[in-house]
Every structure is written in structure tokens, then in C-alpha cells.
Design a protein around this ligand. Structure first.
Ligand code: C5P
Length: 401
């Protein structure tokens, strides 16, 4: 097994074991991974960004406050545009910062911001490793879902001192990364998925349109989560300001009818997740010219026509995907309306959420959903949209087994 196509963000923190990270970069790349390196200030005392950058064939990220780096990628995207965050070596200091959520430099900020799996290879003096504070931090990090490889025991670099604290060998770190990212983690490999996301814009005339407050965050996160589980994902997105997710084919559309055509033309597929907040109505005959305000005249009334229901079209299509998932954004009777939608639209699952004013869900970062299926209702706790996406992708994989 290898790491082809895997994007690894390698954070190097400051310890003498950093010299082994140079070899680690080569071993990861030999197996097909792309390695994007980030270094703490202390790491740069042991090895140079020049050597790291040359071996990785990539820019080395070092500074949280570098205007160039922040504009280019930004620490939040750096934290997410990868399949794995690998910390090698992980010093006692960086582990302490991780355990406490400190974020005063690029490495710690990325580690706090990431929603990807994190694998760390601790390296430190045996006394530092067995220190009560470090052991408390290890426990915390494990409870937080951080994966460990090593440390191992043996001679320390300083000589005449031995014990547990040596960084795992590069090949063992590679093996741990493969185990984490291996096929077992890709239950949707070989499956195709279509996801819609964002609002639609329905033109009134060349400069005006009808829209809604959807940001596309939930739909984009679902497309990315399905791709992480191995699915071949096409995302059909309405106009949004967020970037296209990594590892996904994104098709940009504006109007509901364009979105419907883009979705239907990509059938058959195994999975359809219709998350877009499609406008229910469009302007019946939008004007080819900008509508002029006429002094003293009442505004021309807007005639609306119903838009195609994309979820319903897919749910009743002769090439209906095996699993059709819809969303139900409601402000009242969330459960009752969700159930009705399940049958009417021909969906297998409806993800229902309450978007009442004040919930902050529409356009926000978090979501609280109920999963409605023929079998019943499952209520999920308040989660980030990325966590909802991750759970939903796993549920989809489970249902397709
Ligand atoms: O009927 P309602 O708009 O509440 O249904 C929401 C669900 O239907 C969402 O999954 C949404 O993406 C989908 N939908 C659609 N096309 C429409 C309207 C809604 O695909 N025209």
C-alpha cells in the first residue's frame, strides 16, 4: 500500500531529531505523498528551511504573521488542505501547547485549526517524556483523538543517556501514516457522488437577482468529507465566496435550472446529497436589459415561476442513485415537515435543521440536525458543519455497505 495522492502537512518542531525529518520527507514522497512542510522557530535552529524546502519541493511555512504566506494559503487553509497533519518531531513544548489549545505560532495555530487526522511522533529526553506534565498532556491528546507513533527507547542523541523518548524511525512513521490513511479509511472508494451546495441566483435583469443567505459551507464540507472517504465527488455549487474543496470536481452554476441540468447530466451516480438552498421561484421572464426606474411610475410587478425541484427529480429519476439525501431547512415543525419531505421527494435520508432566526445556522459555522429515515429519527448534538459532514459521510458509507 502507498500514499499516492495523499497530501501531508508535515510540522517540524525543534529537537535534535529534526535531522531525521529530512529523511522522513524523502520516504513519504517515495510512496507518492506530497509533503507541505511547516517549521517552528526552534526547528530552524536544528535544520534549515532551505534543506526542508528542497527535499519537499515546496514552500516552507514558518510564520503565522507573514503577509505573503497568509495571503497565499492562510493558516486555516493550510490546516485543512491536506489529508493528514503529521508532527515529527513533536517536542514536549509543542505537545503541551496542543493539549492546552495555545496558538501563538504557525505550527500551533494550524494544529488548533485543523479538522484532519493528526499523527505525532514525540521526541524528547526520557526525563521530559516521563515527566508528570508530559504524561498528562499525552493523555489529553489521546482523548482528543490525536494519533501517536513512538517514542521508542534507546540511546539519546546527547549520548550517555538512554530510555523512552527517541523519535520513531522514519519508516515506522510512514507505516503509521499509511495505516491511518489506508483503504480501511476509504469505504467509499469506487463510488460516485453528486453534491449540490450554496444558493442559486435567479436573475431579474442583467444586474439584479433573487438569492438567499446560504453560504455553501455545509454542502462543501459534505463534498470534501465524501471525497476523504474515497468517493469520486462532483460538487455542483451555486454562487458562493468560499473556495472549491480539495479533492473534488466542482461545477459552478448560477440558476436553479442550470443546477438541475448539471446534476441530471452527471447521473448515474451512487450517491446524491442535495444540500443547495435552491430558490423555489425564478422570475418568469427576466429582462435582457436593466429595468429602468421611471419617474412617477409604480415599479413593474415581478412575475414568478416555479423552479424545478432538483432533489425530487433525482429521487424519482430512472437512474436514481442508490442513496439520495436531502436537507430540510425549516423554521417550524422540523420533524413533521422532514418526514413529509422524505416521501414526497423520494429521499432515503433527510437531514433536518431548524434555521429559525437566532439559531445562526444559515451562513454560520455550526449546525444542529436530525436525521430522518424510514427507520426513524436520530438527533445529533450541536456540531461544527465539518463534523456534521464527517458523520453524514460515514453514515452514507454505512448505508451503502
Ligand atoms: O422543499 P425544500 O426546499 O424545503 O427541500 C429542501 C431539499 O430539497 C434540499 O435538499 C434542497 O437541496 C432540495 N431542493 C432542490 N430543488 C429545489 C428545492 C429544494 O433540490 N428546487
Amino acid at each position: 500500500m502507498d500514499l499516492s495522492g495523499k497530501r501531508i502537512l508535515l510540522i517540524i518542531s525543534g529537537g535534535i531529531a529534526a535531522y531525521k525529518s529530512l529523511d522522513l520527507i524523502r520516504r513519504l514522497r517515495e510512496r507518492g505523498a506530497t509533503v507541505r512542510p511547516a517549521m517552528t522557530a526552534a526547528a530552524q535552529e536544528f535544520i534549515t528551511p532551505l534543506a526542508v524546502g528542497a527535499l519537499a519541493s515546496d514552500h516552507v511555512y514558518t510564520d503565522l504573521f507573514s503577509r505573503e504566506d497568509e495571503q497565499d494559503v492562510g493558516h486555516i487553509r493550510l490546516a485543512r488542505d491536506c489529508d493528514l497533519v503529521l508532527v515529527a518531531p513533536a517536542t514536549a513544548d509543542l505537545m503541551a501547547k496542543m493539549a492546552h489549545g495555545l496558538a501563538d505560532d504557525l505550527a500551533s495555530a494550524v494544529l488548533l485549526a485543523t479538522d484532519r487526522p493528526v499523527l505525532i511522533a514525540p521526541a524528547m529526553n526520557p526525563k521530559m517524556w516521563t515527566a508528570a506534565a508530559t504524561q498528562r498532556n499525552v493523555k489529553t491528546l489521546k482523548a482528543d483523538g490525536v494519533h501517536f507513533v513512538g517514542p521508542t527507547s534507546g540511546e539519546m542523541a546527547e549520548g550517555n543517556e538512554a530510555g523512552l523518548g527517541r523519535m520513531a524511525e522514519p519508516l515506522d512513521i510512514v507505516a503509521a501514516a499509511i495505516a491511518l490513511l489506508g483503504e480501511g479509511e476509504r469505504p467509499l472508494a469506487g463510488r460516485t457522488a453528486i453534491v449540490t451546495s450554496g444558493p442559486t441566483h435567479e436573475p431579474i435583469d442583467p444586474v439584479r437577482y433573487i438569492a438567499n443567505r446560504s453560504s455553501g459551507r455545509q454542502g462543501h464540507a459534505i463534498a470534501a468529507a465524501l471525497a476523504r472517504l474515497g468517493a469520486d465527488v462532483t460538487l455542483v455549487s451555486g454562487p458562493v465566496t468560499i473556495p472549491d474543496p480539495a479533492g473534488v470536481t466542482t461545477v459552478h452554476v448560477e440558476r436553479a435550472e442550470e443546477m438541475r441540468d448539471a446534476v441530471v447530466s452527471r447521473l448515474p451516480a451512487d450517491i446524491a446529497v442535495m444540500v443547495a438552498a435552491v430558490a423555489d421561484w425564478r422570475v418568469a421572464s427576466s429582462s435582457g436589459q436593466k429595468i429602468k426606474k421611471q419617474a412617477g411610475e409604480a415599479p413593474a410587478p415581478l412575475q414568478l415561476a416555479e423552479n424545478p425541484d432538483i432533489l425530487k427529480t433525482v429521487g424519482h429519476h430512472e437512474e436514481r442513485p442508490k442513496l439520495v439525501v436531502g436537507f430540510a431547512a425549516e423554521t417550524q415543525d422540523v420533524e413533521k415537515n422532514g418526514r413529509a419531505k422524505l416521501t414526497r421527494k423520494g429521499a432515503d435520508l433527510i437531514v433536518a435543521n431548524d434555521v429559525s432566526p437566532g439559531t445562526g445556522i444559515m451562513g454560520g459555522d455550526r449546525n444542529r440536525v436530525k436525521i430522518i429515515s424510514a427507520a426513524g429519527i436520530e438527533e445529533w448534538p450541536d456540531l461544527s458543519k465539518d463534523e456534521v459532514a464527517e458523520r453524514l459521510a460515514r453514515l452514507i458509507a454505512e448505508r451503502l455497505k
